[in-house]
Design a protein around this ligand. Structure first.
Ligand code: FEO
Ligand code: CA
Ligand code: CA
Ligand code: CA
Length: 582
């Protein structure tokens, strides 16, 4: 038996080796099928523009097609079925070199619109026949939300003076969602999505004020949207950035519903939102902030979830208490309330009201002395064991000059490999204190730098990002080594990005899937019967400068169909129809 086929009763497959091939590899006895690639029509009745392999489709076409850079996703069964349902997914960002036949040359309003249309969220209907999945087109559920779709603002920051703009003097309607990363599911049947690093979409004023500096508005991801859409010029519209960085809630079963930005959950570079439920039925939402030395949050709803689905729980996430985490050296921790008037969060310290505390959640967390973390990405909850896991993907600035040093929760300086932290709330999920440990340190045991070797029991990996606990209690770990490091130096032996299964009881880790070149693996969900698993393959062929060369779009990858590389969903099934991973 291979070295990785060891004791765990939870993991029933033979691990796969690291791979540098431009393909998806799954274990013996499994098959992987590609569906829902970037540019395929989502299935809007009367508007199903086909994919064009030279990317010559228009902005209007793109707004009816799957977006770029698939990220978190969730399968919502229709009538509880495991052969038909809605797949809802995020499209994190756009690679302008792949999106247009001539990249960013001849930059135009049409190109800006197309880039915005390639962002956001898709809802597609999918069905399985004879072991093969396909999109149902047209579908009455099919939907695209883009960087120009209307979203309602709700909760304490809705209508706040800092949310008002020339186009929206009421401060209650935002056009668009951006940089959507991890996916979450609510018990009432809606989809949650995090708006992550939105700051670099805006052109910054020459002189940043303290608030703009704290939120990194001087970053520039190079989109140049402001050239043709002036609300992305923060010098002219300084409040527009305040309207991003929220958790978004979508009811996938009602295509007419207006999606909502839930301000009670705080503003951050939200990776995503993961829901746990207290014994008395209140919702607890965990969210990491994928940015160096930023924070981990938890929201506890005031009210209990009511039976009856999305409509009766439409205001559940508007009332409650937001907390930020502090990890103490003794293995305990505390959730610090972000409540106006409590502790330092007073007008004397610049916090006028609860809306401002939420819009400036980073400044409020600074004032509360929360723990600055190593880029907290996905959070996963095991409702049975009540363990909560969070991936800290990396932070190469930890312990370097001018930055915070190591602490108990971040034990490695120049944390290039990342780690996973675990905690249990004291009392119920709403507890204000918890106990925690470092669940594992990622890395390759053969690394020459001892601090980068990690302590994984089983198959080596680096840069954990996606995390998900399935119905059997398997902790699925997905990696996001960037193209700048993949296959080089300390990462040389780890191959392409991958997905691994971990038995949290034994700590054993086994590699389940390896991705094509340049791609990260992100998002995991299964049908209710566990026989189909959906994962997203994001940015195959990613160049090490984030933008592909339009003259050579296939230089780094031709996945999945031999042409221009495209993000897509992969469905993984066992040939014998059994439960995936078992
Ligand atoms: Fe968008 Fe942190 O991944
Ligand atoms: Ca991520
Ligand atoms: Ca990535
Ligand atoms: Ca990442």
């Amino acid at each position: 038996a291979p070295a990785s086929a060891s004791s765990s009763g939870l993991l029933g497959f033979r691990g796969v080796p690291p791979s540098t091939a431009d393909t998806v590899v799954v274990p013996e006895g499994y098959v992987a099928q590609v569906i829902a690639a970037w540019g395929e029509p989502v299935g809007l009745a009367g508007h199903m523009p086909p994919w064009r392999s030279d990317a010559s489709h228009s902005a209007a076409d793109q707004a009816a097609q799957l977006g770029m850079h698939h990220d978190g996703l969730h399968f919502f069964p229709l009538e509880g079925r495991s052969d038909r349902g809605l797949l809802v997914m995020n499209h994190e960002y756009a690679d302008e070199g792949l999106l247009h036949p001539d990249g960013m040359t001849n930059w135009s309003a049409e190109k800006v619109r197309k880039s915005q249309a390639a962002h956001g969220i898709s809802v597609v209907e999918v069905e399985e026949r004879g072991g093969r999945w396909q999109l149902v087109r047209p579908s009455r559920y099919a939907r695209r939300l883009t960087a120009f779709s209307p979203f309602a603002l709700r909760g304490p920051a809705a209508g706040h003076p800092m949310m008002r703009t020339a186009a929206d003097p009421a401060g209650r309607t935002v056009l668009g969602t951006l940089n959507n990363c991890a996916a979450g599911l609510t018990p009432w049947g809606t989809y949650l999505s995090g708006e992550e690093n939105f700051n670099g979409y805006f052109a910054a004023p020459k002189q940043l004020d303290a608030h703009q500096r704290r939120w990194g508005l001087d970053a520039d991801w190079g989109y140049r949207w402001h050239a043709f859409d002036e609300r992305f010029d923060a010098a002219r519209h300084p409040h527009e950035p305040n309207r991003f960085g929220w958790i978004v809630e979508v009811d996938p079963f009602d295509p007419q519903s207006v999606p909502v930005k839930r301000t009670a959950l705080g503003r951050a570079a939200h990776e995503g939102a993961t829901v746990a439920v207290t014994r008395d039925g209140r919702a607890v939402v965990y969210s990491g902030e994928d940015a160096r030395f930023e924070y981990l949050y938890k929201f506890v709803s005031r009210d209990a979830i009511r039976p009856g689905g999305a409509k009766v729980n439409a205001e559940l996430l508007d009332h409650g208490t937001l907390y930020v985490a502090r990890f103490d050296a003794d293995g305990r921790g505390r959730w610090l309330p972000l409540v106006h008037g409590r502790g330092p969060l007073t007008p004397a310290n610049g916090f006028a009201d609860q809306g401002q505390v939420l819009i400036q959640a980073r400044q409020a967390s600074d004032a509360l002395r929360a723990t600055p973390m190593d880029r907290p990405e996905w959070v996963a909850v095991n409702a049975t064991t009540r363990e909560v896991f969070c991936s800290l993907t990396n932070n190469t600035r930890r312990g370097t000059e001018g930055h915070p040093g190591v602490d108990a929760a971040h034990p490695r300086a120049r944390n290039s490999m990342g780690h996973i932290i675990r905690w249990r709330e004291e009392g119920d999920f709403d507890g204000e204190t918890f106990t925690w440990d470092v669940f594992l340190l990622a890395g390759d045991p053969a690394n020459p730098r001892p601090e980068a070797q990690g302590n994984i029991r089983g198959d080596a990996f680096a840069n954990p990002d996606g995390l998900w606990v399935d119905a059997r209690g398997v902790l699925w770990i997905q990696t996001d080594m960037s193209a700048r490091v993949m296959g080089r130096g300390e990462f040389a032996r780890l191959g392409n990005n991958q997905m691994l299964a971990c038995d949290p009881t034994t700590g054993e880790v086994r590699r389940f899937l390896t991705g094509p070149r340049g791609a990260e693996i992100t998002g995991a969900t299964m049908t209710p019967d566990g026989t189909s698993m959906f994962v997203n393959i994001q940015h195959p062929g990613e160049p090490d400068n984030d933008r592909s060369d339009p003259a050579e779009p296939t230089k780094h990858s031709r996945w999945p169909d031999g042409g221009r590389p495209r993000s897509a969903t992969v469905v993984v099934r066992r040939r014998d129809g059994g439960v995936v991973g078992a």
